[in-house]
Design a binder for this molecule. Structure first.
Ligand SMILES: CC(=O)N[C@H]1[C@@H](OP(=O)(O)OP(=O)(O)OC[C@H]2O[C@@H](n3ccc(=O)[nH]c3=O)[C@H](O)[C@@H]2O)O[C@H](CO)[C@@H](O)[C@@H]1O[C@H](C)C(=O)N[C@@H](C)C(=O)N[C@H](CCC(=O)O)C(=O)O
Ligand SMILES: Nc1ncnc2c1ncn2[C@@H]1O[C@H](COP(=O)(O)OP(=O)(O)OP(=O)(O)O)[C@@H](O)[C@H]1O
Ligand SMILES: N[C@H](CCC[C@H](N)C(=O)O)C(=O)O
Ligand SMILES: [Mg+2]
Length: 482
Protein backbone atom coordinates (compact mmCIF):
# COMPACT_ATOMS: atom_id res chain seq x y z
CA UNK A 1 0.00 0.00 0.00
CA UNK A 2 1.25 3.50 -0.85
CA UNK A 3 1.93 5.92 1.99
CA UNK A 4 -0.05 8.66 0.20
CA UNK A 5 -3.15 6.48 -0.06
CA UNK A 6 -3.03 5.63 3.65
CA UNK A 7 -2.55 9.27 4.65
CA UNK A 8 -5.37 10.49 2.44
CA UNK A 9 -7.81 7.80 3.54
CA UNK A 10 -7.18 8.79 7.16
CA UNK A 11 -7.66 12.48 6.39
CA UNK A 12 -4.03 13.66 6.34
CA UNK A 13 -2.29 15.54 3.52
CA UNK A 14 -0.78 12.95 1.21
CA UNK A 15 2.32 14.68 -0.24
CA UNK A 16 5.55 12.70 -0.60
CA UNK A 17 3.45 9.60 -0.45
CA UNK A 18 5.12 7.40 -3.07
CA UNK A 19 6.80 5.06 -0.61
CA UNK A 20 5.44 1.56 -0.14
CA UNK A 21 4.22 0.87 3.39
CA UNK A 22 5.11 -2.60 4.63
CA UNK A 23 4.01 -2.37 8.27
CA UNK A 24 3.61 -0.35 11.48
CA UNK A 25 5.70 -0.22 14.66
CA UNK A 26 5.67 1.64 17.97
CA UNK A 27 9.02 0.21 19.07
CA UNK A 28 12.00 1.33 16.98
CA UNK A 29 13.55 -2.12 17.34
CA UNK A 30 10.70 -3.51 15.25
CA UNK A 31 11.13 -1.07 12.36
CA UNK A 32 11.92 -2.60 8.96
CA UNK A 33 12.20 -0.87 5.57
CA UNK A 34 8.77 0.58 4.71
CA UNK A 35 7.48 0.81 8.27
CA UNK A 36 5.44 3.70 9.66
CA UNK A 37 6.89 4.42 13.11
CA UNK A 38 4.80 5.86 15.97
CA UNK A 39 6.95 7.95 18.34
CA UNK A 40 5.09 8.54 21.59
CA UNK A 41 6.06 9.98 24.96
CA UNK A 42 5.53 7.15 27.44
CA UNK A 43 5.87 6.50 31.15
CA UNK A 44 9.45 5.18 30.93
CA UNK A 45 10.79 6.45 27.61
CA UNK A 46 10.12 9.16 25.08
CA UNK A 47 9.62 7.41 21.74
CA UNK A 48 10.79 10.62 20.02
CA UNK A 49 14.33 9.79 21.18
CA UNK A 50 14.29 6.81 18.80
CA UNK A 51 13.13 8.62 15.65
CA UNK A 52 16.59 8.88 14.10
CA UNK A 53 17.23 5.17 14.70
CA UNK A 54 13.83 4.30 13.24
CA UNK A 55 14.57 6.29 10.09
CA UNK A 56 17.97 4.61 9.82
CA UNK A 57 16.20 1.24 10.00
CA UNK A 58 13.98 2.21 7.07
CA UNK A 59 10.92 4.00 8.49
CA UNK A 60 9.15 5.86 5.64
CA UNK A 61 7.01 8.00 7.93
CA UNK A 62 7.00 8.96 11.60
CA UNK A 63 3.84 9.84 13.49
CA UNK A 64 4.84 12.26 16.24
CA UNK A 65 3.93 15.51 17.96
CA UNK A 66 4.37 18.66 15.83
CA UNK A 67 7.50 19.68 17.76
CA UNK A 68 9.36 16.39 17.24
CA UNK A 69 12.42 16.37 14.99
CA UNK A 70 11.99 14.09 11.96
CA UNK A 71 14.57 14.01 9.17
CA UNK A 72 14.69 11.63 6.25
CA UNK A 73 11.08 10.45 6.51
CA UNK A 74 7.62 11.99 6.28
CA UNK A 75 6.60 13.61 9.57
CA UNK A 76 2.92 12.99 10.24
CA UNK A 77 2.41 15.64 12.90
CA UNK A 78 -0.47 15.47 15.35
CA UNK A 79 -1.01 16.72 18.88
CA UNK A 80 -2.45 13.30 19.71
CA UNK A 81 0.06 11.10 17.84
CA UNK A 82 -1.23 7.82 19.32
CA UNK A 83 -4.68 8.51 17.89
CA UNK A 84 -3.32 9.59 14.50
CA UNK A 85 -1.16 6.45 14.37
CA UNK A 86 -4.21 4.29 15.13
CA UNK A 87 -6.16 5.97 12.34
CA UNK A 88 -3.39 5.24 9.82
CA UNK A 89 -2.83 1.68 11.00
CA UNK A 90 -6.55 0.97 10.68
CA UNK A 91 -6.30 1.72 6.94
CA UNK A 92 -3.50 -0.79 6.54
CA UNK A 93 -4.79 -3.68 8.65
CA UNK A 94 -7.71 -4.87 6.54
CA UNK A 95 -10.03 -6.74 6.50
CA UNK A 96 -11.38 -6.78 10.06
CA UNK A 97 -14.27 -8.79 11.54
CA UNK A 98 -17.62 -7.18 10.77
CA UNK A 99 -19.00 -7.31 14.32
CA UNK A 100 -16.80 -5.92 17.09
CA UNK A 101 -17.86 -5.11 20.66
CA UNK A 102 -15.82 -3.94 23.67
CA UNK A 103 -16.09 -4.19 27.45
CA UNK A 104 -14.75 -1.81 30.07
CA UNK A 105 -15.02 -1.67 33.87
CA UNK A 106 -12.76 -2.48 36.82
CA UNK A 107 -13.85 -6.09 37.20
CA UNK A 108 -15.59 -8.51 34.89
CA UNK A 109 -14.09 -7.57 31.52
CA UNK A 110 -12.37 -10.90 30.85
CA UNK A 111 -15.40 -12.87 32.01
CA UNK A 112 -17.76 -10.78 29.90
CA UNK A 113 -15.79 -10.94 26.64
CA UNK A 114 -15.31 -14.66 27.11
CA UNK A 115 -19.01 -15.28 27.81
CA UNK A 116 -19.98 -13.11 24.83
CA UNK A 117 -17.70 -15.22 22.63
CA UNK A 118 -19.34 -18.40 23.95
CA UNK A 119 -22.86 -17.06 23.38
CA UNK A 120 -22.07 -16.06 19.80
CA UNK A 121 -20.53 -19.43 19.14
CA UNK A 122 -23.58 -21.27 20.48
CA UNK A 123 -25.72 -19.06 18.24
CA UNK A 124 -23.70 -20.28 15.25
CA UNK A 125 -21.24 -17.43 14.68
CA UNK A 126 -17.50 -17.75 14.22
CA UNK A 127 -16.34 -15.76 17.25
CA UNK A 128 -13.23 -14.71 19.18
CA UNK A 129 -12.33 -12.69 22.26
CA UNK A 130 -9.25 -10.57 22.97
CA UNK A 131 -8.18 -9.74 26.51
CA UNK A 132 -6.31 -10.86 29.62
CA UNK A 133 -6.58 -14.51 28.55
CA UNK A 134 -5.11 -13.65 25.14
CA UNK A 135 -6.71 -14.06 21.73
CA UNK A 136 -9.24 -16.85 22.15
CA UNK A 137 -11.08 -18.64 19.37
CA UNK A 138 -13.03 -21.88 19.41
CA UNK A 139 -9.75 -23.72 18.77
CA UNK A 140 -7.06 -21.99 20.82
CA UNK A 141 -5.97 -19.18 23.12
CA UNK A 142 -2.76 -17.25 22.40
CA UNK A 143 -1.42 -14.85 25.04
CA UNK A 144 -0.48 -11.25 24.15
CA UNK A 145 0.93 -10.32 27.58
CA UNK A 146 -1.43 -7.39 28.17
CA UNK A 147 -5.20 -7.10 28.67
CA UNK A 148 -5.50 -4.63 25.82
CA UNK A 149 -2.60 -5.30 23.45
CA UNK A 150 -0.74 -2.41 21.80
CA UNK A 151 -2.42 -0.98 18.72
CA UNK A 152 -0.23 -2.85 16.21
CA UNK A 153 -0.74 -6.23 17.86
CA UNK A 154 -4.44 -5.45 18.29
CA UNK A 155 -5.15 -4.51 14.69
CA UNK A 156 -2.94 -7.20 13.18
CA UNK A 157 -4.74 -9.79 15.31
CA UNK A 158 -8.07 -8.43 14.11
CA UNK A 159 -6.97 -8.85 10.50
CA UNK A 160 -5.62 -12.32 11.20
CA UNK A 161 -8.94 -13.33 12.76
CA UNK A 162 -10.95 -11.90 9.86
CA UNK A 163 -8.76 -13.86 7.41
CA UNK A 164 -9.48 -17.05 9.39
CA UNK A 165 -13.19 -16.38 8.91
CA UNK A 166 -13.98 -14.94 12.34
CA UNK A 167 -16.92 -12.55 12.04
CA UNK A 168 -17.55 -11.62 15.69
CA UNK A 169 -14.99 -10.30 18.21
CA UNK A 170 -15.41 -9.07 21.78
CA UNK A 171 -12.40 -7.30 23.30
CA UNK A 172 -11.42 -5.95 26.71
CA UNK A 173 -10.84 -2.23 26.84
CA UNK A 174 -8.66 -1.60 29.90
CA UNK A 175 -8.32 1.95 31.19
CA UNK A 176 -4.63 1.91 30.21
CA UNK A 177 -5.61 0.72 26.75
CA UNK A 178 -8.30 3.35 26.36
CA UNK A 179 -6.15 6.23 27.52
CA UNK A 180 -3.27 5.11 25.26
CA UNK A 181 -5.50 4.67 22.17
CA UNK A 182 -4.52 1.00 21.99
CA UNK A 183 -7.79 -0.03 20.41
CA UNK A 184 -8.96 2.52 17.93
CA UNK A 185 -9.74 2.55 14.27
CA UNK A 186 -12.39 -0.16 14.08
CA UNK A 187 -16.13 0.14 13.92
CA UNK A 188 -17.18 -0.88 17.41
CA UNK A 189 -20.91 -1.55 17.32
CA UNK A 190 -21.48 -1.91 21.06
CA UNK A 191 -19.64 -1.28 24.30
CA UNK A 192 -20.36 -2.44 27.84
CA UNK A 193 -19.65 -0.97 31.27
CA UNK A 194 -19.54 -3.49 34.11
CA UNK A 195 -18.58 -1.50 37.25
CA UNK A 196 -16.00 0.83 38.74
CA UNK A 197 -14.07 0.48 41.98
CA UNK A 198 -10.57 1.11 43.21
CA UNK A 199 -7.69 -0.09 41.04
CA UNK A 200 -4.77 1.37 39.09
CA UNK A 201 -4.54 4.58 41.13
CA UNK A 202 -0.80 4.41 40.52
CA UNK A 203 -1.53 5.28 36.88
CA UNK A 204 -4.67 7.42 37.13
CA UNK A 205 -4.50 10.37 39.52
CA UNK A 206 -8.01 10.05 40.97
CA UNK A 207 -11.10 7.85 40.67
CA UNK A 208 -12.61 10.56 38.45
CA UNK A 209 -9.64 10.35 36.06
CA UNK A 210 -9.86 6.57 36.09
CA UNK A 211 -13.57 6.76 35.25
CA UNK A 212 -12.95 9.35 32.53
CA UNK A 213 -10.41 7.01 30.89
CA UNK A 214 -12.99 4.21 30.88
CA UNK A 215 -15.65 6.51 29.49
CA UNK A 216 -13.60 7.09 26.33
CA UNK A 217 -15.33 3.89 25.28
CA UNK A 218 -18.72 5.63 25.14
CA UNK A 219 -17.41 9.11 24.32
CA UNK A 220 -15.34 8.07 21.27
CA UNK A 221 -14.73 4.38 20.62
CA UNK A 222 -18.24 2.97 20.12
CA UNK A 223 -19.57 4.10 16.75
CA UNK A 224 -22.14 6.89 16.49
CA UNK A 225 -25.10 4.57 15.84
CA UNK A 226 -23.90 2.01 18.40
CA UNK A 227 -25.29 0.63 21.64
CA UNK A 228 -24.04 1.00 25.22
CA UNK A 229 -24.79 -1.95 27.49
CA UNK A 230 -24.69 -0.71 31.08
CA UNK A 231 -24.79 -2.78 34.27
CA UNK A 232 -27.07 -0.54 36.32
CA UNK A 233 -26.48 -1.83 39.86
CA UNK A 234 -23.13 -0.10 40.36
CA UNK A 235 -22.47 3.19 42.11
CA UNK A 236 -21.02 4.63 38.90
CA UNK A 237 -23.75 3.38 36.54
CA UNK A 238 -25.71 6.65 36.63
CA UNK A 239 -22.66 8.59 35.54
CA UNK A 240 -21.95 6.08 32.79
CA UNK A 241 -25.50 6.59 31.50
CA UNK A 242 -24.86 10.36 31.37
CA UNK A 243 -22.00 9.67 28.93
CA UNK A 244 -24.23 7.38 26.87
CA UNK A 245 -26.93 10.07 26.64
CA UNK A 246 -24.47 12.88 25.90
CA UNK A 247 -23.15 10.91 22.94
CA UNK A 248 -26.63 9.83 21.80
CA UNK A 249 -25.88 6.08 21.86
CA UNK A 250 -28.67 3.55 22.25
CA UNK A 251 -28.84 2.36 25.87
CA UNK A 252 -29.40 -1.26 26.82
CA UNK A 253 -29.63 -1.31 30.61
CA UNK A 254 -29.09 -4.49 32.61
CA UNK A 255 -29.50 -5.50 36.27
CA UNK A 256 -31.99 -5.15 39.10
CA UNK A 257 -32.10 -1.46 38.23
CA UNK A 258 -32.04 -2.23 34.50
CA UNK A 259 -35.04 -1.76 32.26
CA UNK A 260 -34.04 -3.74 29.16
CA UNK A 261 -32.73 -6.92 30.77
CA UNK A 262 -34.13 -6.71 34.28
CA UNK A 263 -32.92 -9.13 36.93
CA UNK A 264 -35.98 -10.00 39.02
CA UNK A 265 -34.62 -12.76 41.25
CA UNK A 266 -31.51 -14.84 41.81
CA UNK A 267 -31.56 -18.12 43.69
CA UNK A 268 -28.33 -20.06 44.35
CA UNK A 269 -28.53 -23.78 43.56
CA UNK A 270 -25.90 -26.37 44.43
CA UNK A 271 -23.81 -25.98 41.27
CA UNK A 272 -25.13 -22.72 39.93
CA UNK A 273 -28.06 -20.35 40.23
CA UNK A 274 -31.49 -19.71 38.82
CA UNK A 275 -32.08 -16.27 37.36
CA UNK A 276 -35.49 -14.79 36.76
CA UNK A 277 -35.33 -12.00 34.26
CA UNK A 278 -37.65 -9.84 32.20
CA UNK A 279 -36.79 -8.94 28.61
CA UNK A 280 -39.17 -7.00 26.35
CA UNK A 281 -42.04 -7.53 28.75
CA UNK A 282 -41.55 -11.28 28.91
CA UNK A 283 -40.41 -13.14 32.03
CA UNK A 284 -37.79 -15.88 31.58
CA UNK A 285 -36.06 -18.35 33.82
CA UNK A 286 -32.38 -19.16 33.24
CA UNK A 287 -30.48 -21.98 34.92
CA UNK A 288 -27.00 -20.51 34.97
CA UNK A 289 -24.37 -23.21 35.57
CA UNK A 290 -22.07 -20.73 37.42
CA UNK A 291 -22.17 -19.52 41.03
CA UNK A 292 -22.05 -15.99 42.45
CA UNK A 293 -23.81 -12.69 41.90
CA UNK A 294 -20.86 -11.38 39.94
CA UNK A 295 -21.00 -14.19 37.39
CA UNK A 296 -24.74 -13.59 36.95
CA UNK A 297 -23.99 -9.91 36.30
CA UNK A 298 -21.32 -10.71 33.73
CA UNK A 299 -23.53 -13.29 32.01
CA UNK A 300 -26.40 -10.82 31.67
CA UNK A 301 -24.12 -8.05 30.35
CA UNK A 302 -22.77 -10.56 27.81
CA UNK A 303 -26.33 -11.37 26.81
CA UNK A 304 -26.91 -7.64 26.33
CA UNK A 305 -23.87 -7.34 24.06
CA UNK A 306 -24.88 -10.35 21.99
CA UNK A 307 -28.40 -8.97 21.55
CA UNK A 308 -27.03 -5.49 20.74
CA UNK A 309 -24.88 -7.07 18.03
CA UNK A 310 -27.95 -8.57 16.38
CA UNK A 311 -28.00 -12.13 17.74
CA UNK A 312 -31.50 -13.53 18.28
CA UNK A 313 -32.54 -12.97 21.92
CA UNK A 314 -34.11 -16.42 22.36
CA UNK A 315 -30.85 -18.05 21.24
CA UNK A 316 -28.87 -15.77 23.56
CA UNK A 317 -30.86 -16.62 26.70
CA UNK A 318 -30.83 -20.28 25.79
CA UNK A 319 -27.03 -20.15 25.53
CA UNK A 320 -26.70 -18.77 29.08
CA UNK A 321 -27.81 -22.14 30.42
CA UNK A 322 -24.83 -23.77 28.68
CA UNK A 323 -22.02 -21.35 29.55
CA UNK A 324 -18.68 -22.95 30.38
CA UNK A 325 -16.70 -21.61 33.36
CA UNK A 326 -14.11 -18.95 32.59
CA UNK A 327 -10.53 -19.99 33.44
CA UNK A 328 -9.50 -18.82 36.94
CA UNK A 329 -12.84 -17.18 37.77
CA UNK A 330 -14.29 -19.08 40.76
CA UNK A 331 -12.74 -22.19 39.27
CA UNK A 332 -13.02 -25.23 41.54
CA UNK A 333 -9.45 -26.45 41.47
CA UNK A 334 -9.50 -29.33 43.94
CA UNK A 335 -11.18 -30.92 46.93
CA UNK A 336 -9.01 -31.66 49.95
CA UNK A 337 -8.92 -34.96 51.86
CA UNK A 338 -11.52 -33.71 54.34
CA UNK A 339 -13.85 -32.82 51.45
CA UNK A 340 -13.39 -29.04 51.41
CA UNK A 341 -13.45 -27.46 47.94
CA UNK A 342 -10.61 -25.13 46.90
CA UNK A 343 -11.59 -22.28 44.56
CA UNK A 344 -9.18 -20.19 42.50
CA UNK A 345 -10.30 -16.68 41.59
CA UNK A 346 -8.62 -13.73 39.88
CA UNK A 347 -9.88 -11.19 42.45
CA UNK A 348 -7.13 -8.56 42.71
CA UNK A 349 -9.08 -5.49 43.84
CA UNK A 350 -10.90 -4.84 47.15
CA UNK A 351 -14.24 -4.98 45.38
CA UNK A 352 -13.45 -8.23 43.58
CA UNK A 353 -12.32 -9.90 46.82
CA UNK A 354 -15.60 -8.90 48.41
CA UNK A 355 -17.53 -10.23 45.37
CA UNK A 356 -15.65 -13.55 45.34
CA UNK A 357 -16.23 -14.07 49.06
CA UNK A 358 -19.92 -13.18 48.70
CA UNK A 359 -20.18 -15.73 45.89
CA UNK A 360 -18.74 -18.54 47.99
CA UNK A 361 -20.37 -17.75 51.35
CA UNK A 362 -23.76 -19.35 50.57
CA UNK A 363 -21.93 -22.57 49.67
CA UNK A 364 -20.40 -23.23 53.07
CA UNK A 365 -21.83 -23.92 56.49
CA UNK A 366 -18.31 -23.90 57.90
CA UNK A 367 -15.38 -21.52 57.61
CA UNK A 368 -14.20 -19.56 54.61
CA UNK A 369 -10.41 -19.52 54.41
CA UNK A 370 -8.89 -16.90 52.08
CA UNK A 371 -5.33 -16.87 50.74
CA UNK A 372 -4.24 -13.83 48.74
CA UNK A 373 -1.62 -11.12 48.20
CA UNK A 374 -1.23 -7.89 46.23
CA UNK A 375 0.90 -7.21 43.16
CA UNK A 376 4.09 -5.15 43.26
CA UNK A 377 4.67 -2.02 41.14
CA UNK A 378 0.91 -1.47 41.07
CA UNK A 379 -1.52 0.73 43.02
CA UNK A 380 -0.18 0.55 46.59
CA UNK A 381 -3.22 2.19 48.18
CA UNK A 382 -5.48 -0.75 47.35
CA UNK A 383 -3.42 -3.11 49.56
CA UNK A 384 -4.90 -2.37 53.03
CA UNK A 385 -8.34 -2.16 51.43
CA UNK A 386 -7.86 -5.66 50.00
CA UNK A 387 -6.82 -6.78 53.48
CA UNK A 388 -9.92 -5.23 55.00
CA UNK A 389 -12.24 -6.80 52.40
CA UNK A 390 -10.69 -10.25 52.89
CA UNK A 391 -10.80 -10.10 56.70
CA UNK A 392 -14.34 -8.75 56.84
CA UNK A 393 -15.69 -11.70 54.85
CA UNK A 394 -13.46 -14.63 55.85
CA UNK A 395 -12.99 -16.69 59.00
CA UNK A 396 -9.27 -17.13 58.38
CA UNK A 397 -7.01 -15.06 56.12
CA UNK A 398 -3.49 -15.95 55.00
CA UNK A 399 -1.60 -13.08 53.37
CA UNK A 400 0.99 -14.20 50.83
CA UNK A 401 2.88 -13.02 47.73
CA UNK A 402 1.40 -12.22 44.31
CA UNK A 403 3.81 -10.94 41.64
CA UNK A 404 6.08 -8.79 43.84
CA UNK A 405 7.78 -7.50 40.65
CA UNK A 406 10.38 -4.86 41.61
CA UNK A 407 9.23 -4.42 45.23
CA UNK A 408 10.27 -6.11 48.46
CA UNK A 409 7.50 -8.71 49.01
CA UNK A 410 7.66 -8.21 52.80
CA UNK A 411 6.74 -4.52 52.33
CA UNK A 412 3.74 -5.44 50.19
CA UNK A 413 2.53 -8.01 52.73
CA UNK A 414 2.95 -5.46 55.53
CA UNK A 415 0.76 -2.99 53.61
CA UNK A 416 -1.92 -5.66 53.14
CA UNK A 417 -1.70 -6.76 56.80
CA UNK A 418 -2.23 -3.13 57.84
CA UNK A 419 -5.88 -3.56 56.79
CA UNK A 420 -6.31 -6.84 58.67
CA UNK A 421 -6.46 -5.61 62.27
CA UNK A 422 -4.11 -8.35 63.44
CA UNK A 423 -6.53 -11.01 62.23
CA UNK A 424 -4.51 -12.46 59.37
CA UNK A 425 -1.63 -14.91 59.22
CA UNK A 426 1.38 -14.11 57.03
CA UNK A 427 3.11 -16.77 54.91
CA UNK A 428 5.20 -15.22 52.14
CA UNK A 429 5.82 -18.33 50.08
CA UNK A 430 2.65 -18.77 48.03
CA UNK A 431 2.88 -22.55 47.79
CA UNK A 432 3.33 -22.84 51.57
CA UNK A 433 0.40 -20.46 52.13
CA UNK A 434 -1.90 -22.48 49.88
CA UNK A 435 -0.73 -25.72 51.51
CA UNK A 436 -1.43 -24.30 54.99
CA UNK A 437 -4.96 -23.22 54.05
CA UNK A 438 -5.73 -26.60 52.50
CA UNK A 439 -4.32 -28.49 55.50
CA UNK A 440 -6.46 -26.35 57.80
CA UNK A 441 -9.78 -26.81 55.95
CA UNK A 442 -12.32 -29.23 57.39
CA UNK A 443 -15.27 -30.93 55.71
CA UNK A 444 -17.66 -27.97 55.90
CA UNK A 445 -15.03 -25.36 54.98
CA UNK A 446 -14.13 -23.64 51.69
CA UNK A 447 -10.72 -22.36 50.61
CA UNK A 448 -10.46 -19.33 48.31
CA UNK A 449 -7.11 -18.67 46.63
CA UNK A 450 -7.41 -15.18 45.15
CA UNK A 451 -5.37 -12.88 42.92
CA UNK A 452 -3.73 -14.97 40.21
CA UNK A 453 -6.60 -16.84 38.56
CA UNK A 454 -5.33 -18.14 35.22
CA UNK A 455 -1.80 -16.70 35.63
CA UNK A 456 1.03 -19.11 35.00
CA UNK A 457 3.88 -17.42 36.83
CA UNK A 458 5.11 -15.42 39.77
CA UNK A 459 6.71 -12.22 38.46
CA UNK A 460 9.81 -11.32 40.45
CA UNK A 461 12.18 -8.41 39.73
CA UNK A 462 12.00 -5.52 37.33
CA UNK A 463 13.54 -4.38 34.04
CA UNK A 464 16.34 -6.59 32.80
CA UNK A 465 16.29 -8.55 36.07
CA UNK A 466 12.66 -9.65 35.73
CA UNK A 467 12.00 -13.37 36.10
CA UNK A 468 8.76 -15.27 35.78
CA UNK A 469 8.84 -18.29 38.07
CA UNK A 470 6.33 -20.92 36.91
CA UNK A 471 3.33 -20.87 39.27
CA UNK A 472 -0.24 -21.95 38.69
CA UNK A 473 -2.69 -21.65 41.63
CA UNK A 474 -4.91 -24.42 40.26
CA UNK A 475 -2.03 -26.85 39.84
CA UNK A 476 -0.52 -26.01 43.22
CA UNK A 477 -3.91 -26.49 44.91
CA UNK A 478 -4.14 -29.93 43.29
CA UNK A 479 -0.63 -30.83 44.36
CA UNK A 480 -1.46 -29.81 47.93
CA UNK A 481 -4.51 -32.08 48.06
CA UNK A 482 -2.83 -35.27 46.89
C1 LIG B 1 1.99 2.01 31.97
C2 LIG B 1 1.68 1.34 30.67
O1 LIG B 1 0.56 1.05 30.39
N1 LIG B 1 2.73 1.06 29.86
C3 LIG B 1 2.53 0.45 28.56
C4 LIG B 1 2.85 1.46 27.49
O2 LIG B 1 4.12 1.92 27.72
P1 LIG B 1 4.49 3.44 27.43
O3 LIG B 1 3.74 3.98 26.27
O4 LIG B 1 4.46 4.17 28.70
O5 LIG B 1 5.93 3.13 26.87
P2 LIG B 1 7.41 3.44 27.35
O6 LIG B 1 8.01 2.15 27.73
O7 LIG B 1 7.51 4.61 28.26
O8 LIG B 1 8.05 3.85 25.92
C5 LIG B 1 7.53 4.95 25.14
C6 LIG B 1 7.56 4.59 23.69
O9 LIG B 1 8.90 4.37 23.27
C7 LIG B 1 9.02 3.17 22.58
N2 LIG B 1 10.37 2.63 22.76
C8 LIG B 1 10.83 2.36 24.02
C9 LIG B 1 12.10 1.83 24.20
C10 LIG B 1 12.92 1.59 23.07
O10 LIG B 1 14.09 1.14 23.14
N3 LIG B 1 12.42 1.89 21.84
C11 LIG B 1 11.17 2.39 21.66
O11 LIG B 1 10.78 2.63 20.53
C12 LIG B 1 7.93 2.27 23.18
O12 LIG B 1 7.54 1.25 22.31
C13 LIG B 1 6.82 3.29 23.42
O13 LIG B 1 6.00 3.42 22.28
O14 LIG B 1 2.80 0.87 26.22
C14 LIG B 1 3.63 -0.28 26.05
C15 LIG B 1 3.42 -0.78 24.62
O15 LIG B 1 2.08 -0.98 24.35
C16 LIG B 1 3.25 -1.36 27.04
O16 LIG B 1 4.08 -2.49 26.90
C17 LIG B 1 3.37 -0.80 28.45
O17 LIG B 1 2.83 -1.77 29.32
C18 LIG B 1 3.55 -2.01 30.53
C19 LIG B 1 4.63 -3.06 30.30
C20 LIG B 1 2.55 -2.49 31.59
O18 LIG B 1 2.91 -3.13 32.56
N4 LIG B 1 1.28 -2.17 31.43
C21 LIG B 1 0.21 -2.54 32.35
C22 LIG B 1 0.12 -1.64 33.58
C23 LIG B 1 -1.09 -2.43 31.58
O19 LIG B 1 -1.15 -1.82 30.50
N5 LIG B 1 -2.14 -3.00 32.10
C24 LIG B 1 -3.41 -2.86 31.47
C25 LIG B 1 -4.51 -2.99 32.48
C26 LIG B 1 -4.81 -4.34 33.09
C27 LIG B 1 -6.04 -4.24 33.98
O20 LIG B 1 -7.06 -3.66 33.59
O21 LIG B 1 -5.98 -4.71 35.11
C28 LIG B 1 -3.55 -3.81 30.27
O22 LIG B 1 -4.30 -3.46 29.35
O23 LIG B 1 -2.91 -4.88 30.28
N1 LIG C 1 -19.14 -8.03 37.76
C1 LIG C 1 -18.25 -8.13 38.74
N2 LIG C 1 -18.38 -7.46 39.91
C2 LIG C 1 -17.48 -7.56 40.90
N3 LIG C 1 -16.40 -8.36 40.85
C3 LIG C 1 -16.21 -9.07 39.74
C4 LIG C 1 -17.09 -8.98 38.62
N4 LIG C 1 -16.64 -9.78 37.63
C5 LIG C 1 -15.50 -10.32 38.09
N5 LIG C 1 -15.24 -9.92 39.36
C6 LIG C 1 -14.06 -10.27 40.18
O1 LIG C 1 -12.92 -9.80 39.47
C7 LIG C 1 -12.05 -10.88 39.14
C8 LIG C 1 -11.50 -10.65 37.76
O2 LIG C 1 -12.53 -10.86 36.83
P1 LIG C 1 -12.25 -10.62 35.30
O3 LIG C 1 -10.95 -11.24 34.95
O4 LIG C 1 -13.43 -11.00 34.52
O5 LIG C 1 -12.08 -9.02 35.35
P2 LIG C 1 -11.21 -8.05 34.48
O6 LIG C 1 -11.97 -6.76 34.45
O7 LIG C 1 -10.93 -8.65 33.17
O8 LIG C 1 -9.83 -7.90 35.26
P3 LIG C 1 -8.45 -7.21 34.70
O9 LIG C 1 -8.56 -5.78 35.10
O10 LIG C 1 -7.33 -7.86 35.40
O11 LIG C 1 -8.39 -7.42 33.23
C9 LIG C 1 -12.89 -12.14 39.27
O12 LIG C 1 -12.07 -13.25 39.53
C10 LIG C 1 -13.82 -11.76 40.39
O13 LIG C 1 -13.20 -11.95 41.63
N1 LIG D 1 -4.13 -6.71 34.93
C1 LIG D 1 -3.87 -6.57 36.33
C2 LIG D 1 -3.60 -7.93 36.88
C3 LIG D 1 -3.30 -8.01 38.35
C4 LIG D 1 -3.15 -9.41 38.81
C5 LIG D 1 -2.39 -9.61 40.08
N2 LIG D 1 -1.95 -10.98 40.09
C6 LIG D 1 -1.21 -8.64 40.19
O1 LIG D 1 -0.15 -8.97 39.71
O2 LIG D 1 -1.38 -7.59 40.79
C7 LIG D 1 -2.71 -5.60 36.56
O3 LIG D 1 -1.77 -5.63 35.79
O4 LIG D 1 -2.81 -4.81 37.46
MG1 LIG E 1 -9.17 -8.84 32.24
Amino acid sequence: MKLGAILEAAGFAGENGDANVTGFAIDHRKVAPGTIFGAFPGTRFNGEDFIADAVKAGAVAVVARPGAKVEGAVHVADVEPRRAFAALAARFFQPVPETVVAVTGTNGKTSTVEMTRQIWRMAGHSAASIGTLGVTTADESVSTGLTTPDIVTFLSNMTGLAREGVTHVAYEASSHGLSQYRNEGLRVGAGAFTNLSRDHLDYHATMDDYFAAKMRLFDHVVEESGTAVVWMDDEWSGRAVEHVRARGLRLLSVGEQGTDIRLLARTPTQLGQTLEIAFEGQARKINLPLIGAYQAANALVSAGLAIASGTDAAKVFDALGRLQPVRGRLERAAINRAGAPVYVDYAHTPDAIEAAIAALRPHTSGRLITVFGAGGDRDGGKRPEMGRAACAGSDLVIVTDDNPRGEDPADIRRAVMAGCDGKAREIGDRRAAIAAAIAEAGREDIVLVAGKGHEQGQIVGRGDAVRILPFDDVQVARECTT
